[in-house]
Design a protein around this ligand. Structure first.
Ligand code: OOB
Length: 553
């Protein structure tokens, strides 16, 4: 099939770390010359026969994974993907994820990460915004046809990317392979891989209509990977179960897939997030470590069949992405017999961990402290003034692996970063005397649905597109299982005979717009008007309070 290549252009408007800081980060050894281009091949040289990836009955050594990455890289080149091209990666937790990702890195192309839950609307945005030349999808996964999605995406963009479907990939590699023609790969080694260049674009949880893309560099990200691996004690004997979507920042690098591969350990892909699946894998694969969002951790704690499995190999359970209650946190050591590690991080950079040897009281009641002594943390009031130690305020941060701005979003950046380059996280925290962070709440207009972030504005825009919606405000509502769920307050337009749409109809409408299922509002409440603030803006605080009062009743 003929394919129109997108006009090739380098990434534009990538905010950079000022040279003064870069010099400091290099001098301190945070930033090194390593890049993702050679990351896998150096590990393969160091641990050739060690098991790198397990996926069901399939087991791959470091050498095998690196060889497949090279062949895939050559295949991509053969199909016209070039250094600097963006490639949207939408793969589930399968072994192919690892070598396809490193195949993209190998030729100096730039992955754009997306989640298996994303649909037409989101993927189209990522392809267009990044100017992607490639798009990697599974054939089907979890009963969903990604080939159909890819067809829809290619039809709606001006410059359709090359679609690579896993499952067809074997054939794809075979007929484009450079087995016996390594020159093709060698040719792209020549442009120097610059460690301070953008390595990939990661997704932000988002607070606006569409997700912003986060430009992470080789140097900044690899620093967070190395330091995380050390803090979390991973090494050759680590066997990590990957339950959360592998492309999310937490399972990717905190210390995640990359931290484990960095140190020669083994990653085991979980095909689904069910507790029963995880328990079987922990027992069979002698898993030592896993990372979960709070609802999944609570699911493990409450699973009726847990006693039937031998979970004794499990040493560390990481929980993060959303607030883990102290009550649930306390149960981890008592009931699962392993050490809990709380992880409070963000794709924009800053990651905090409780340390494995912290006192149990610190582990259960805080969200940890920053990775690096060079992470700068500010807690300020609404006027930007620092609050006294121990008081709650807005968390701002700057450091060797925190971005200075989103990709190509100058306006958004001027609101999200202060004049000194500090990132406004939108989180309300307090910092204890000994430097541990406790997350108290959130100022950003986002719903944290069990770790999945939903930008209120994005859902509001979808609802506003419905002819019978006059106005809408999306807020969080406390939920026993998810922590928070989404509730849309809607002012409906009545038809001539006084009819208004139903909640089911509006939910179906949002889903029909081609968005990830987790963005469909959990509840829809029809109202005649919204409460307003003193200056006449919709008061989301009052709406949230109304929901809480209702729940209490
Ligand atoms: C992780 O990354 P994102 O980018 O999906 O979300 C970041 C936001 C934070 O700003 C905060 O609002 C929330 O998620 N969050 C937590 C939390 N961990 C993240 N809120 C309360 N307690 C926690 N432990 O979610 C992420 C990235 C790397 C490692 C871990 C999580």
């Amino acid at each position: 099939m003929m394919r129109m290549s997108p006009p090739r252009s380098p990434l534009k408007n990538v905010p950079r770390v000022p040279e003064e800081f870069a010099t400091r980060y290099r001098a301190a050894g945070y930033w090194t010359d390593e890049t993702f281009r050679t990351f896998l091949s150096t590990r393969a040289a160091r641990y050739p026969d060690h098991q790198a990836v397990v996926d069901g009955d399939r087991r791959f050594s470091y050498r095998e994974v690196a060889d497949r990455a090279d062949r895939f890289a050559a295949g991509l080149l053969g199909q016209g993907i070039r250094p600097g091209d963006r490639v949207v990666v939408q793969l589930p937790n399968i072994a192919e994820y690892v070598w396809m990702l490193f195949g993209v890195f190998r030729i100096g192309a730039i992955p754009v990460f997306s989640l298996p839950a994303h649909r037409h609307r989101e993927i189209t945005h990522f392809v267009e915004k990044s100017g992607a030349a490639g798009y990697l999808v599974p054939e089907t996964f979890g009963g969903f046809d990604y080939r159909g999605l890819a067809r829809e995406v290619t039809r709606s963009v001006d410059h359709p990317p090359l679609v690579v479907v896993v499952g067809e990939a074997a054939e794809f590699v075979a007929h484009t392979s450079v087995d016996g023609d390594p020159d093709e790969l060698a040719a792209v080694e020549s442009p120097r891989a610059a460690p301070e260049d953008v390595a990939f674009l990661q997704l932000s949880g988002g607070t606006t209509g569409v997700s912003k893309l986060i430009p992470r560099t080789h140097a900044d990200y690899l620093y967070s990977v190395r330091a995380s691996a050390e803090i979390c004690g991973v090494g050759r004997s680590t066997r990590m179960l990957v339950v959360l979507p592998a492309a999310h920042n937490f399972p990717m690098s905190s210390p995640g897939v990359l931290g484990v591969l960095h140190t020669g350990g083994t990653i085991v892909m979980a095909p689904d997030p069910l507790a029963s699946t995880a328990f079987e894998l922990i027992e069979r694969e002698r898993i030592t470590m896993a990372s979960l969002v709070p609802p999944l951790a609570i699911g493990w704690l409450n699973a009726p069949n847990r006693e039937r499995h031998d979970l004794s190999s499990l040493e560390v359970l990481q929980v993060g992405g959303a607030k883990f209650s102290a009550e649930a946190a306390r149960r981890v050591r008592e009931e699962l017999g392993c050490t809990l590690q709380q992880v409070f991080g963000m794709a924009e950079g800053l990651v905090n961990y409780t340390r494995l040897d912290d006192a149990e009281s610190t582990i259960v009641s805080t969200q940890g402290r920053p990775i690096s002594e060079a992470d700068e943390v500010l807690v300020v009031d609404d006027d930007g003034q620092p609050v006294p130690v121990g008081s709650a305020g807005h968390l701002l941060t700057r450091g060797p692996y925190t971005i200075r701005g989103y990709y190509d979003a100058p306006e958004h950046n001027s609101a999200s970063f202060d004049a000194n380059g500090f990132y406004r996280t939108g989180d309300i925290v307090r910092v204890t005397e000994d430097g541990y962070i406790v997350v108290e709440g959130r100022a950003k207009d986002q719903i944290n649905r069990g770790g999945e972030k939903v930008a209120a504005e994005e859902v509001e825009n979808h609802l506003l597109a419905h002819h019978a919606v006059v106005d809408v405000a999306v807020v969080s509502q406390p939920d026993e299982y998810l922590g928070e769920r989404t509730c849309a307050f809607v002012i409906p337009r009545r038809t001539d005979d006084g009819e208004i749409p139903t909640a089911v109809e509006l939910k179906r409408f949002v889903r029909g717009r081609g968005v990830a299922a987790y963005k469909v509002p959990d509840a829809v409440v029809f109202v005649d008007e919204f409460p307003v603030t003193g200056v006449g803006k919709i008061s989301k605080t009052q709406l949230r309070k109304a929901l809480e009062d209702e729940l209490r009743r």
